[in-house]
Design a protein around this ligand. Structure first.
Ligand SMILES: [Zn+2]
Length: 664
C-alpha cells in the first residue's frame, strides 16, 4: 500500500509542475482523430483516468436524477455515450502496455487497475441506474430496434450478474473480490512475461519461436531442456512463481460464483454464452478429444518409425521412444517424407510484407475493402508500426488499421487484435469509425502457421472494421467469446487458395510460388492435426476443469493437472498447449471457461466456409456479400445462432470441422 501511495504522490507532483495540457483532456486535432501518441506522456494516464471517472460518474448521475420515467433514449443511449475520456485513455493504455511495456507503465497500471475496478464496480452496484434499466427491460420493448433490445439485454444481464440484487454485505464482499482479482490476474500475466523473457535469455529464442526451435533443433538433450524450461514457466519457485496466485484467483472466482448462486465459476461464466452451460462444453470437447487422440496415436506410430531409423543408424540409444520434446522435430521429418514439404523451401515465398498484401487482396476481392498506407499520422511506435486508411468500394471511411507485427522484448508473446476506438454513432448522429490494431511477433519470412496467424488476426480486424452498428457495446467484435473466433478463423480459409497465392506468394526475385509447392501446402494442412487438436482440446478441458472446481482447499496444482490429463485420455507424448502456470488466456486475459471458444468457433467457421465450397467457387461474391451483411456488419446486435441460421439457412454442422482437421 505504501509503495502505491508514494507513486501516487510522485505522479501528482510531476503533473502539477507543468502547465501543458493533458492530451486526454483536450480535443484531438489529428488526422482521423487518431490518438496524439507523441504528445502523451506516462504521467498523463492517472490524472486522465481520475478526470474520466469523475466525468462518467457525473453523466450517470444525470441519467439517474432524471425525474421522467426511464426510456431507452433517456437511460440506455446516454449510458452508452458516457465515459468518453475513459474510453480514450483505456484504448491507448491497454494497447501500449501489451506492446511497449516499461517499468513506468507497470507503475501506472498498478494505480490504474484498482481505480478502474472501483469505478466499474460503482456503476455495477448503482441501484438507481439498475432500477431504470430493469424498468425498461420489464416494460414494452416493441418500440425498440433489434439492436436496442440486444444492448438493453446486455446491460440488464450485466447488472444482474454483478450481484446488484444481493444484500449489501455480499455486494461489499464482491467488490473486494473484484479488486483483489484484478490485481492478481495482472500479476500472473506479468510473471508469465518475465518467465518468457528468462526463457529467451537462456536459449536465445522467444517463446513464440518455440515451435520453430523444437522443429529445427537436432540436439535431443537441448530440445528436452527447452521443453522443460518452456513448460515450467511460472513454476520455478522464484519471485515469478504463479502457483499460489492461481490458487488465490481460483478461490476468489469460486467464492464469487457461489455468492452469485452458482456451484462453480464455469456455470456462472457460461450462462450468457452461445454454449450456455458446462455440460454442453464438456460433451463437445470430449467428442473432439476422442477423435483427436485416436489420430495422434497414429501420428506417434509414424514418428516412431522415423526415430527407429535414427536408432538403427546409431544416432540414438536403443529403446528410445517419442517424448514430448521430440514431437515437433519428428513431425517435421514425417512431413518431409509423407508430403515432401520442406518449410525452408516455402518460407522464401512468404515474406511478411507480401503476406500482408495477401490479406488485403483477399479483403478487397471478397468485401470491396481498400487499404491505403498513411504517412505522417500519429503512431505509438514510429519504427515498428504501419498505419492504413480503410475504405469501402464507394470510398467511404471504414476505419483506421495499424499493423505491429515485429517482435520486441517489451511486447507480450503471441498475436492479437486490439480496438483502440470502438465504432458507434454518437449522440449528435455522427458516425465514429474504429481504430484497429493487429499485433504479432513475426520475423521477415513466415512459415505456414504464421501465414495463417496473419490471416487470423486480420479476420478479427475485418470484424472490427466492417461493423455498421449504432451502439459501441455491441459493435464490431463485441460478441460472446465463443462466437468471436469464428471470424478470425473464417478468414484463414483463404490463406492458401491458389488464385490468391498467385497474387501474393512471391520470392525476392518476384517469382510466384510453384503449383507443386502449393499442392504440397494444401495436402499437408491436415498433417499433424491429431497433435494440434489434442493439445488445443487438452488446454480447453484443463480450463473447464479448473473452472468447474467448487473449492481449492488443499489443492495441489501439479496433482490436479495430472489427474485432469489422465481423465481426459491425454497421451504421455503430448502436453496441453498451455499448462496451468503459464495459461495466460484463462488466468490473465478473459478466456476463463472460454478457451473452448476456439474449437467451438471453428465448427461455425468451417461449416460457413463449406457453403462457399459447395457453391463451386470460394470467391463467390454473392455469398461474401451475404457473409459481410449478416455477420461482419452486425457485430453483437443479434443473437449469434440467429445470425448463423440467417446465413446458413440451418444450424451449424460439425462435419466440415472434423474433415478439415483430418479427424474423419
Ligand atoms: Zn483470435
Amino acid at each position: 500500500m505504501k509503495k502505491i501511495l508514494t507513486i501516487a504522490i510522485a505522479v501528482m507532483t510531476m503533473s502539477a509542475c507543468t502547465t501543458r495540457e493533458n492530451p486526454f483532456l483536450t480535443e484531438w486535432n489529428t488526422p482521423y482523430d487518431i490518438p496524439p501518441f507523441d504528445e502523451i506522456e506516462v504521467d498523463d494516464y492517472i490524472p486522465a483516468i481520475k478526470e474520466g471517472i469523475a466525468q462518467q460518474q457525473k453523466e450517470i448521475d444525470a441519467i439517474t436524477s432524471n425525474p421522467e420515467a426511464a426510456t431507452f433514449e433517456n437511460t440506455i443511449a446516454p449510458y452508452e455515450e458516457s465515459g468518453e475520456i475513459l474510453s480514450k485513455v483505456a484504448g491507448v493504455l491497454y494497447n501500449i502496455t501489451e506492446t511497449d511495456r516499461t517499468a513506468e507503465l507497470d507503475s501506472v497500471m498498478e494505480l490504474a487497475i484498482p481505480l478502474m475496478t472501483e469505478h466499474s464496480d460503482n456503476i455495477a452496484f448503482n441501484k438507481a441506474l439498475y432500477e431504470r434499466v430493469a424498468a425498461i427491460w420489464n416494460g414494452d420493448q416493441s418500440n425498440l430496434t433489434r439492436e436496442q433490445q440486444m444492448v438493453l439485454k446486455k446491460h440488464f444481464e450485466s447488472f444482474e450478474r454483478s450481484g446488484i440484487g444481493l444484500p449489501e454485505d455480499k455486494q461489499a464482499r464482491l467488490r473486494e473480490i473484484n479488486t483483489e482479482m484484478a490485481t492478481k490476474t495482472q500479476k500472473i500475466g506479468n510473471n508469465i512475461l518475465s518467465e518468457s523473457n528468462a526463457f529467451k535469455e537462456k536459449f536465445g529464442i522467444s517463446v513464440s519461436d518455440y515451435p520453430n526451435a523444437m522443429t529445427t533443433t537436432e540436439d535431443r538433450d537441448l530440445r528436452r531442456q527447452m521443453f522443460e524450461a518452456y513448460t515450467t514457466r511460472g513454476h520455478n519457485g522464484n519471485e515469478f512463481d504463479n502457483r499460489q496466485l492461481i490458487l488465490d484467483v481460483m478461490g476468489l472466482r469460486i467464492e464469487k460464483a457461489q455468492i452469485m448462486g452458482y456451484n462453480n465459476p464455469a456455470e456462472f461464466i457460461l450462462e450468457p454464452k452461445m454454449a450456455h452451460d458446462p455440460e454442453t462444453v464438456d460433451t463437445f470437447l470430449d467428442g473432439i478429444m476422442t477423435a483427436a487422440v485416436k489420430r495422434a496415436k497414429e501420428e506417434v506410430y509414424d514418428m516412431q518409425k522415423v526415430m527407429d531409423e535414427d536408432i538403427a543408424a546409431g544416432k540414438l540409444p536403443a529403446g528410445s521412444k517419442i517424448e514430448p520434446w521430440d514431437w515437433w522435430y519428428y513431425a517435421e521429418k514425417v512431413r518431409k517424407l509423407k508430403y515432401d514439404l520442406d518449410e525452408d523451401l516455402i518460407k522464401p515465398y512468404f515474406k511478411l510484407e507480401n503476406v500482408v498484401d495477401g490479406i488485403f487482396i483477399a479483403a478487397k476481392t471478397l468485401y470491396g475493402v481498400n487499404m491505403e498506407k498513411l504517412e505522417g499520422v500519429p503512431s505509438y511506435n514510429k519504427e515498428k508500426v504501419t498505419t492504413y486508411k480503410v475504405t469501402d468500394e464507394k470510398g467511404e471511411l471504414l476505419g483506421i488499421f495499424t499493423t505491429d507485427y515485429l517482435p520486441r522484448e517489451s511486447k507480450r508473446g503471441g498475436a492479437w487484435m486490439n480496438n483502440i476506438r470502438e465504432q458507434k454513432v454518437d449522440a449528435k448522429g455522427n458516425m465514429i469509425r474504429p481504430i484497429i490494431v493487429n499485433v504479432g511477433n513475426l520475423e521477415e519470412y513466415l512459415n505456414v502457421d504464421e501465414v495463417q496467424t496473419v490471416f487470423h488476426e486480420f479476420g478479427h480486424a475485418l470484424h472490427g472494421l466492417l461493423t455498421q452498428c449504432h451502439y459501441p457495446s455491441v459493435s464490431g467484435t463485441n460478441v460472446t467469446r465463443d462466437f468471436v473466433e469464428m471470424f478470425s478463423q473464417f478468414n484463414e480459409n483463404w490463406a492458401f487458395q491458389p488464385e490468391l497465392l498467385a497474387q501474393y506468394a512471391k520470392n525476392d526475385k518476384g517469382e510466384v510460388i510453384p503449383q507443386e509447392l502449393v499442392d504440397k501446402i494444401n495436402n499437408s494442412l491436415k498433417f499433424n492435426q491429431g497433435f494440434m487438436t489434442t493439445e488445443l482440446c487438452a488446454a480447453s478441458i484443463l480450463d473447464m476443469k479448473w473452472h468447474e472446481l467448487e473449492s481449492v482447499e488443499g489443492l495441489d496444482i501439479d496433482a490436479f493437472e495430472k489427474k485432469v490429463c489422465d481423465e481426459m485420455g491425454l497421451i504421455s507424448e503430448i502436453v496441453p498447449r498451455y499448462r496451468t502456470t503459464y495459461f495466460n488466456h484463462i488466468f490473465s486475459s478473459g478466456y476463463s471457461a472460454g478457451y473452448y471458444g476456439y474449437l467451438w468457433s471453428e465448427v461455425l467457421d468451417k461449416d460457413a466456409f463449406s457453403i462457399f465450397e459447395a457453391s463451386g467457387n470460394v470467391w463467390n461474391l454473392e455469398l461474401a456479400k451475404k457473409f459481410k451483411q449478416t455477420f461482419l456488419e452486425r457485430g453483437g446486435s443479434e443473437e449469434p445462432m440467429t445470425l448463423y441460421k440467417e446465413f446458413a439457412g440451418r444450424e451449424p454442422d460439425s462435419n466440415a470441422f472434423l474433415e478439415g482437421r483430418g479427424l474423419k
